[in-house]
Design a protein around this ligand. Structure first.
Ligand code: ATP
Length: 324
């Protein structure tokens, strides 16, 4: 096996708070191990276009507390083609880069798997996505910050809902995963949570709204964006069933991606960044570093990208029990 001397790191897919902490950890662990470290700008797009810059300890100073990603991120159609990946390989060969660390979600790891298969380049992945929709880690980098942002926003909406006796339908992020909706729903005392993993039983929800305390002054329904109906339809259905309710829709949108990463995301990204570089040096490749029950573990990309249904039905039961 060829000794690794030069590594490069990139962030890909949607940005997630904590990616900067991950980049910092990779760069500094690389330097600590006498490696040369490069940063690839704008994900696979920058890899294909050769936007690769040397990094030093100073270049990642003062970023651990910042949201977004200092390397920027992008989606790349070119990297999905063999020609694009060949160009990417030529770019890293020119600089003598022996191995990569990619921070992203399932698409990022799918692309990395192809790159390894075709060009035999060692790659380790770090789970960077607010959706927490990867197997092989209890939490992805960015998820904790995102749910705390949602909780903060819903608490604020609750104040106005309470003051005006309103029903608020709040749409949160999660195209394929209802984890942001479910956790934030429990922690904001939502009356109901609608997620893509479970079929909506509208009758049950309407009955629950009907049966709930008549003197409730506010009601919050959280809907994941990937839910079959989406927030707008849910709000319309509630209006139809309860014409006397003052129903409002709020789509939280991109505020959920930004902001200072939480302590948990910074520590998670730091641990996984260190583990990724050490894993590469131990000969690992084609795996994602994750944290399972507090321990770092490596999971092959093809298993990590399987969208395991992490929905714990006990959590949906809790929403129902506590919404009396
Ligand atoms: P998020 O969960 O935030 O969406 P992601 O990593 O899943 O993150 P994608 O946009 O799906 O985000 O993937 C990131 C990039 O990975 C794509 O822009 C593309 O360049 C590459 N990629 C995705 N799927 C493939 C594929 N099948 N083959 C090659 N490359 C791919």
């Amino acid at each position: 096996m060829k000794a690794i001397k030069n590594i490069a790191v990139l962030t890909s897919g949607g940005d997630a708070p904590g990616m900067n902490a991950g980049i910092r950890a990779v760069v500094r662990t690389g330097i600590y191990n006498d490696l040369n470290v490069f940063g690839i700008r704008r994900g696979y797009d920058g890899l294909v276009k050769g936007e690769i810059v040397p990094m030093d300890a100073k270049s990642v100073a003062n970023i651990i507390q910042r949201g977004g990603t200092m390397l920027k991120t992008a989606r790349s159609e070119e990297f999905k083609t063999y020609e694009g990946r060949k160009q990417a390989y030529e770019n890293i060969q020119k600089l003598g880069i022996d191995a990569l660390i990619v921070i992203g979600g399932d698409g990022t790891f799918t692309g990395a798997s192809k790159f390894i298969e075709e060009f035999d380049i060692p790659i380790i992945g770090m789970p960077g996505t607010i959706d927490n929709d990867l197997a092989g880690t209890d939490f992805t980098i960015g998820y904790d910050t995102a749910i705390n942002t949602v909780v903060d926003a819903v608490d604020k909406i609750r104040d106005t809902a309470e003051s005006h006796d309103r029903v608020f339908v709040i749409e949160v992020m999660g195209r394929d995963s209802g984890l942001i909706a479910l956790r934030s729903g429990i922690s904001t005392g939502a009356e109901a949570v609608l997620i893509p993993e479970l079929n909506v039983d509208y009758d049950a929800i309407m009955k629950r709204l009907d049966k709930s305390r008549k003197n409730k002054s506010s009601r919050i329904i959280i809907v994941a964006e990937g839910d079959k109906e989406g927030g707008e339809v849910v709000a319309d259905k509630i209006k139809e069933n309860f014409p006397h309710y003052d129903v409002r829709l709020s789509i939280l949108g991109h505020i959920q991606r930004g902001g200072r990463p939480s302590c948990m995301d910074r520590v998670l990204a730091s641990r996984l960044g260190v583990a990724s570089v050490e894993g590469l040096l131990q000969g690992r490749r084609g795996e994602m570093a994750g944290l399972i029950c507090g321990q770092v573990q490596f999971t092959p990309f093809n298993k990590a990208i399987k969208h395991i249904d992490k929905i714990n039905e006990n959590l949906t039961r809790i929403v129902e029990i506590l919404s009396l």
